[in-house]
Write a protein that binds this ligand. Structure first.
Ligand code: PLP
Length: 389
């Protein structure tokens, strides 16, 4: 439904506001907006989110991306940011105060956890629940819990939680629920429909889709996002460049096509690798949590992890080096397949403390044909295990 209507939805938003009937959105690459006279200036400056005064408050190209994302996610309001972390940090600080407590569910993006840890200095405590079990999450709630922060599927092991149960309990206790929905995109999971209050995205990934922008977004009800706009958005100044909003809008036009291909590719890759004797575990909801995936997801993100049976880091290094279609590097969501080994020569203890095997390796399956990707992985494994030169 959303898939077929998506491009039409985008075009509606764009043509609604276009002054010159350009098909592609016009980029308002400006810091300030001028007023024609004194009264226009006074009216605008008294309400700078609803008038164009200064791009840190509002910008027409950013507004277009916000309108499109609202339609996709089924939200009342959206704000876009300079990065996913800009959106996440501004959102958290908008709902927390000295004395607040956050429950962090499972293994979230490491920089988000780092930010939550820095909040301790301002009297905000947190509990990390290393479990996907609803009862464990509920046990971690305290009188002063203001926020439950989730990624479902999570980073590293891509574990899912029962969003409907968690949000029901949170609502009873007046706790705000937040989810980072970057992995699934609004095409494959719409958390607001499951009762989540605030949805966050790193648009640097699938939404941008071409590995060429860093951008973020927060979505939710009018009241929640206005609270963020009034506090974390305006004051932290993590404003999205209008150029990046333009590129994100361009990415969204092909998001359905790309997501369909990523979803198909990752299933084919997992199926082909699942019986390979050299691989110990593949972490992806299609493998571990099919029932929850069927309940919440309408397709699969193509970011997964695997571990090897042989705990030999030399073999791991050789495997990484031999891959010809995967680029070694952080981030994901573009055309290219990406690989990111957790092991960095001397971080065994850190990996163990995060519950990660020494061979834990994140792989992003890009848009090449699945067969090419599978052949590349198998061939690199053969070389790493000395079966092939
Ligand atoms: N959330 C997830 C799941 C991520 O993987 C990332 C980045 O890698 C972020 C958030 C942060 O987004 P950004 O890099 O746009 O700040």
């Amino acid at each position: 439904m959303i898939k077929n209507d998506l491009v039409k939805t985008c075009l509606e938003v764009l043509t609604d506001e276009s002054e010159h009937q350009s098909i592609s959105p016009e980029i308002a690459m400006t810091s300030s907006f001028y007023s024609r006279d004194y009264q226009e200036y006074v009216d605008a400056s008294k309400d700078e989110f609803n008038h164009f005064v200064y791009t840190r408050g509002a910008n027409p190209t950013n507004n277009k991306l916000e309108s499109i994302l609202c339609k996709l996610e089924g939200a009342q309001k959206c704000k876009v940011f300079a990065s996913g972390m800009g959106a996440i940090s501004a959102t958290l600080q908008s709902f927390l105060h000295n004395g607040s407590h956050i429950v962090v569910v499972n293994s979230i993006y490491s920089t988000t956890l780092k930010y939550i840890k820095t909040l301790e200095r301002f009297g905000v405590s947190h509990t990390v629940v290393a479990s996907t079990d609803t009862s464990d999450i509920v046990s971690a709630l305290q009188e002063n819990t203001d926020v439950i922060y989730m990624e479902s599927p999570s980073s590293q092991k891509f574990e899912m939680v029962a969003l409907k149960q968690i949000t029901r309990i949170a609502q009873e206790r007046n706790i705000i629920t937040m989810i980072d929905n970057t992995w699934a995109t609004p095409l494959f999971q719409r958390p607001l429909e499951f009762g989540v209050d605030v949805v966050l995205h790193s648009c640097s990934k699938y939404i941008g889709g071409h590995s060429d922008i860093v951008c973020g977004a927060v979505l939710g009800s009018f009241d929640h996002v206005t609270q963020i706009e009034n506090t974390g958005y305006l004051t932290m100044g993590s404003t999205c460049s209008p150029m990046n909003s333009f590129l994100a809008i361009r990415g969204i036009r092909t998001l359905p096509l790309r997501m369909e291909k990523h979803s198909k590719n990752v299933i084919e890759v997992i199926d082909a690798l699942s019986n390979d004797a050299r691989i110990e575990t593949i972490y992806h909801p299609y493998v571990q949590q099919r029932a929850l995936a069927d309940e919440y997801l309408s397709g699969y993100g193509s970011l997964m992890s695997l571990t090897f049976k042989d705990k030999d880091t030399e073999k791991l290094k050789s495997f990484v080096n031999e891959l010809s279609t995967f680029m070694i590097g952080v981030s994901w969501g573009g055309f290219e397949s990406m690989i990111l080994p957790g092991f960095k020569d001397d971080n065994q203890a850190v990996m163990a403390s995060r519950g990660l095997d020494i061979t834990h390796t994140r792989m992003f399956v890009g848009l090449l044909e699945a067969e090419t990707t599978i052949n590349d992985i198998k061939s690199a494994l053969d070389v790493a295990y000395g079966l092939k030169q």
